[in-house]
Design a protein around this ligand. Structure first.
Ligand code: NAI
Ligand code: MG
Length: 357
């Protein structure tokens, strides 16, 4: 291999995470071999299953160990009996925050050969990206409860919006729109949320002035949700706060047709810290252990990882192979109406890698 290997941390996690991550790794290995790239993997068993055995999702020095890597590929965490807040606050959120992965990126595409639940959402037309602020906003630990168990019981939860935090996510989103079709939509609710959202809107106008080549608009989150369903083809880049982006990206993943395909990236765009790539889906305990999980969400996430590491062509090799496998339609996992296994679908993606010219 020609280049210094990138150091990749693999965290398969729980349930089908342990099935889809090895499948994605096989695809990565095939692409890297063809392109002369080298990846150096370290695998960690951090998970809810580890939490049950040892009382913690990950060891005390986990974040220091991850810091030695260039990127993290994660499957999913979640196990029946372990509360979801344990996996979220014991693993995902510490990684996102310590490594300043302030961009959560979710591409949405309706592929040829896949049916969207929306009649009007056609392949080749619906192709947009939700950019979610990933470290501040509504998901904060600031607040509390008083007068517990009495009729006056009160809960307060603060949102945190900083000029630095909002500016950097907006600059990322405008920059991305500039590299795509040049259109940005900002999710807001400044009619109801009267401090943080007008601040967000002001900063959108300010950052728009710095990106004159991008056309932009803003929509209240409720109306925007309706437009995702009615006119999904009109969007290019959609930017929102942590909460709005979370909801919009799940809605968008549903429009694309299968949760098993949707990828995501948690990016530290400056590359000071490792970024993390993971499918949108969870550990799917209902099908775990049967070898029938759809690996495409993780395979597409692995492609986003290569793209982030600067290997644009290798990333495109993977996404075009995925697209041709879906269009061809002969090898599909049960969630897509077929009978193929996780491994068979991954092998088929490898077979579909187009010859190097
Ligand atoms: P889920 O995404 O695991 O499953 C929802 C449904 O989609 C299930 O019927 C499942 O079989 C199906 N599904 C999901 N991924 C699939 C794939 N690749 N191929 C075929 N079918 C697939 O969501 P659910 O059931 O709400 O959560 C299960 C566990 O996963 C929970 O513990 C939850 O906290 C955790 N979770 C973890 C996430 C993460 O690690 N980032 C994200 C979402 C949920
Ligand atoms: Mg979500």
């Amino acid at each position: 291999s020609s280049s210094t290997p990138h150091r990749i941390a693999l965290v398969p996690g729980d349930g089908i995470g342990r099935e889809v991550v090895p499948a994605a790794r096989r695809v990565l290995d095939a692409v890297c071999e063809r392109r002369g790239l080298a990846l150096d993997y370290a695998e960690y068993d951090w998970s809810c299953e580890r939490y049950e055995r040892e009382g913690a999702m990950m060891p005390d020095d986990a974040l220091d160990r991850l810091a030695e890597h260039d990127a993290i590929l994660l499957g999913a965490v979640g196990y029946p009996g372990v509360p979801d807040h344990v996996s979220l606050w014991g693993l995902l959120i510490p990684i996102r925050r310590r490594f300043q992965q302030y961009v959560n990126l979710r591409p949405i595409k309706v592929f040829e050969g896949l049916d969207s639940p929306l009649r009007g959402a056609r392949a080749g037309e619906v192709d947009f990206v939700v950019v979610r602020e990933n470290v501040e906003g509504e998901y904060s630990e600031i607040g509390g409860r008083i007068y517990q168990g009495t009729p006056q019981e009160t809960a307060v939860q603060e949102s945190v919006f900083t000029r630095a935090g909002v500016t950097r996510i907006l600059d990322y989103a405008f920059g991305l729109a500039g590299r795509r079709r040049g259109r940005l939509t900002s999710a807001t609710k400044s009619n109801g949320i009267v401090h943080t959202m007008p601040f967000w809107d002001e900063l959108v106008r300010e950052r728009a002035a710095a990106h004159p080549a991008v056309t932009w608009d803003q929509e209240h989150i409720d109306a925007l949700a309706a437009k995702f369903v009615l006119r999904p083809e009109r969007f290019d880049v959609v930017v929102g706060s942590n909460l709005f982006g979370d909801i919009l990206s799940d809605l968008a993943a549903a429009i694309a047709g299968s949760i098993g395909i949707a990828p995501s990236a948690n990016l530290n765009p400056e590359g000071r810290f490792p970024s993390m790539f993971e499918p949108v889906h969870g550990s799917a305990p209902d099908i775990a252990g049967r070898g029938i999980a759809n690996p495409l969400g993780t395979i597409w996430s692995a492609a986003m990882m290569l793209d982030h590491l600067g290997h644009t062509e290798a990333a495109a090799d993977i996404t075009s192979a995925m697209a041709s496998v879906l269009a061809e339609g002969t090898v599909r996992t049960p969630d897509l109406g077929g009978a193929a296994t996780t491994g068979e679908l991954a092998e088929h993606v490898i077979t579909a890698l187009r010859p190097l010219s």
